[in-house]
Design a protein. Structure first.
Length: 233
């Protein structure tokens, strides 16, 4: 898999071979043209360009990890190792796919998508290595606490949770139920679920959007959502 929705990443080339560029797009900006030409070359210029690009990718990897620090608890040497792995894998993907760069964005914008994707994937894999969550279980007991504002709303929250569970059984597909349970009930991070299900964030967003719409319709039809509830949700 490559960066989500980049529109410019094709299938990897087997081995370490770099694809030959048949033609460089005419309308590339000077900086992008320079990157494309040198990464399609051989020798010292290519090696120097890779080293420079790796440094840029490593900087973006650390920046992305810092931005997402609320989604992971990776610290110290493990954090450093993850950033380097992300930069390494991103550089390999970029050099393999450089022939597919069409210039729809600046080269650096295109390249940075690879390392951001790698960081996201590695955060997801780290979650499954360090947590014992099973996707075939549904922790419905946690939902009332998530719905409650205070002790006075406990009974109402439990009633709504029961209605929601009935709605999940009644209107969601098996895939929608699995995604809903993982994200809402078990608190699985989006990146981690994308890795486990071999999909991407956008597909999960779409699944949750459809699931939420179905559940809202079900709750409204059964009188569990009033005007105040809809305005707060």
């Amino acid at each position: 898999m490559g960066p989500e929705d980049s529109g410019e990443d094709g299938d990897p080339v087997p081995g370490n071979a770099r694809p030959a560029i048949l033609s460089v797009p005419r309308d590339l900006d000077p900086v992008s043209r320079e990157w494309v030409e040198v990464l399609a070359s051989r020798g010292a210029d290519y090696e120097q360009a890779c080293a420079r690009l790796h440094g840029d990718l490593l900087r973006i990897a650390f920046k992305e990890l810092e931005r997402r620090r609320g989604q992971h608890r990776i610290l110290g040497p493990e954090l450093d190792d993850l950033a380097h792995q992300a930069a390494d894998d991103a550089l390999l993907a970029i050099t393999r796919k450089i022939g597919q760069f069409r210039g729809e964005s600046r080269f650096t914008t295109w390249a940075y998508k690879f390392v951001i994707f790698e960081v996201s994937t590695k955060i997801g894999r780290h979650f499954w290595r360090t947590h014992g969550v099973a996707l075939d279980t549904e922790d419905w007991e946690r939902l009332p606490d998530q719905l409650c504002i205070g002790p006075a709303e406990t009974a109402q929250a439990r009633e709504l949770a029961a209605a929601l569970r009935a709605g999940v059984d009644a209107v969601l597909t098996a895939h929608q139920r699995r995604v809903f349970a993982a994200l809402v009930l078990d608190g699985v991070p989006l990146e981690a679920l994308a890795v486990e299900l071999r999909t991407n964030r956008n597909a999960l967003y779409k699944t949750m959007f459809d699931a939420r719409r179905k559940l809202r319709t079900y709750l409204e039809a059964n009188g569990y959502l009033n005007d105040n509830t809809q305005r707060q949700s």
